[in-house]
Ligand binder design. Structure first.
Ligand SMILES: [Zn+2]
Length: 339
């Protein structure tokens, strides 16, 4: 039986952001924690860099060239929050390549679950604009890989980073093949992702934004995944589930104000694992944010532990949070399964 697969690359720590919260120590901390646990028995492999064609499945050629030239010239500030160094283009190619490669492994049956743990993160990157510490939208590139090379027609992206994944939201805004579901603190950077943003054109209804107030903890975050995302996924019936996994909703995170615990992340992972299994869909994780090194490292390990376990954890008797019940009721007009 194939083992779960973890993709990583040394270039992730050479993406030099200086004195910035999205720092190389994030990857070092995660890898240190996982190594101490013998990588949870996962197979660990170096990712290959994404080629131009893969990057251009989401980003215009002139944008890719612009990032490359900016980095080769020594880098600097791409916007107020986003820094690149000379090595960042290579790191970003590996982050995108790793995300696409887990999709290949999952859909070719080489791994039952897989994770791509790289930096820079990706979910704020728009098709033609770097922002929010992100250069290329790794999870969007992974989804496009599934739809293109593997000819899937339904991919679920669950984004549980505390910030709204504006880039992913916009890239698939009019696309009914990708159900993008984001749970995020509001108000908070980048300010997008109101519940009223539900997609556009043929993709109307396939963007699901679930903003939560600052201070929200396990009771709401876990209930949203178990009681809203899972039934939604049951109705959409994705052939692949990708978690755009930030860990900055953690109570200890310095950049946001939510209060999810280590157990909360494990519980959300359990819901994601059960929903993927019930649909017979492979499950992949792409790392986004998370800025408290201890919480980040511990929670990545907890989530991978759940994803890679022999069996999915049983569903507990988690109470339906009133705000999750409200969200389900609101969505039921488009997704009757949630009624
Ligand atoms: Zn974030």
């Amino acid at each position: 039986m194939a083992r779960p697969l973890l993709l990583r690359h040394d270039s992730s720590v050479r993406h030099d952001t200086g004195d910035h919260p999205e720092h190389a120590t994030r990857i070092t901390a995660i890898e240190h924690e996982l190594a101490a646990r013998e990588w949870l028995g996962w197979e660990v492999r170096d990712s290959r860099p994404a080629d131009r064609e893969l990057l251009e499945s989401v980003h215009p050629a002139r944008y890719v060239t612009g990032i490359e030239e900016f980095c080769l010239a020594g880098g600097g500030q791409l916007d107020a929050d986003t820094v690149a160094s000379e090595e960042s283009f290579v790191a970003a190619r590996h982050a995108a390549g790793g995300a696409a490669a887990i999709v290949d492994s999952l859909l070719e049956g080489h791994a039952p679950v897989a994770a791509s743990l790289h930096r820079p993160p990706g979910h704020h990157a728009e098709a033609a604009r770097a922002m929010g510490f992100c250069l290329f939208n790794n999870v969007a590139i992974a989804a496009r890989r599934a739809l293109g090379a593997h000819r899937l027609s339904r991919v679920l992206i669950l984004d549980w980073d505390v910030h709204h994944g504006n880039g992913t939201n916009d890239i698939f805004h009019a696309d009914p093949q990708v159900l993008f579901v984001s749970i995020h603190q509001s108000p908070l950077y980048p300010g997008s992702g109101p519940a009223s943003d539900t997609g556009s054109g043929a993709g109307e209804g396939y963007t699901v934004n679930l903003p939560v107030p600052g201070g929200s903890g396990d009771a709401l975050w876990c209930s949203l995944v178990e009681h809203v995302v899972a039934p939604l996924a049951g109705e959409f019936a994705p052939e692949l589930v990708l978690v755009s996994a930030g860990f900055d909703a953690h109570a200890d995170d310095p950049l946001a104000g939510c209060a999810v615990s280590d157990d909360g992340f494990a519980a959300m992972a359990g819901s994601a694992r059960r929903l993927a299994e019930s649909l017979g869909a492979p499950l992949g994780l792409v790392l986004e944010g998370g800025y408290d090194l201890g919480a980040l490292a511990r929670c990545v390990a907890r989530v991978l532990e759940v994803f890679g376990a022999e069996a999915a954890p049983p569903a507990g008797d988690l109470a339906v949070h009133p705000a999750a019940a409200q969200a389900a009721a609101r969505l039921a007009t488009r997704w009757p399964g949630l009624a």
